[in-house]
Write a protein that binds this ligand. Sequence first.
Ligand code: HEM
Length: 199
Amino acid sequence: MQPQWAKFYIKGDPRLIITPFLTSLNTLWVRVHNSITDKLQNLNPSWNDENLNQESRRVVAALIQHITYKEYLPLVLGKAMMDEKNLNILKKDHLQTYQPSHDATNANAFVAAAFRFGHTMVGGKFKLPKRKPMTLLESFSEAKSVKNAGTRPFDFLEGMANTLSNTLDTWFTPHFHNSFAATLSSEIDFDIGVISIKV
Ligand code: HEM
């Protein structure tokens, strides 16, 4: 059974309602998607819902890819690796190296295991505008806050933008220790740090 408030957020993955910091980011992208859909509908009145949805998804995917390659990967990999692997976004024109025959799917070892390096970067406390900081542990039972009048999704986004992440290392925040059963409605609790090391 999901908690009562979970019905406000049908996100396709229960992890998206673990903490309002994640829920708000997802909410932002859903709203971007919908605003693109509105614009496309005005430009193309004959398109049906499926066309509008698929085309909006493509635009959102392109935006996320752009942020990933322009902002995120240079911080994670560093300039030398970005240059060596030819991952930099061009200042003008487009790359002409796309090969439709190449398999662009993610390796399972990365998606299910290696990318968990991000768990070491999660901090234990987040700033919030106009209220005291929220600990990660508090946030696990606060996903409903995104719905509360007092705290809007943008407050969580502003809070995250003003909070430094932890360093990428071998340490996990203690807030990850046995704190997910209630939020994920799981029978047993679990420790993300331990799982992330074991996989
Ligand atoms: C507050 C921050 C976060 C929370 C609460 C969180 C929570 C979770 C939970 C509950 C799971 C599923 C349980 C498990 O398999 O261990 C999971 C899986 C995972 N997380 Fe996180 N996570 C957070 C941040 C991140 C970040 C920053 C990254 C990467 C940059 C990341 C990457 C992953 C990956 C790759 C998996 C495995 C996905 C899969 O097998 O489908 N997580 N996380």
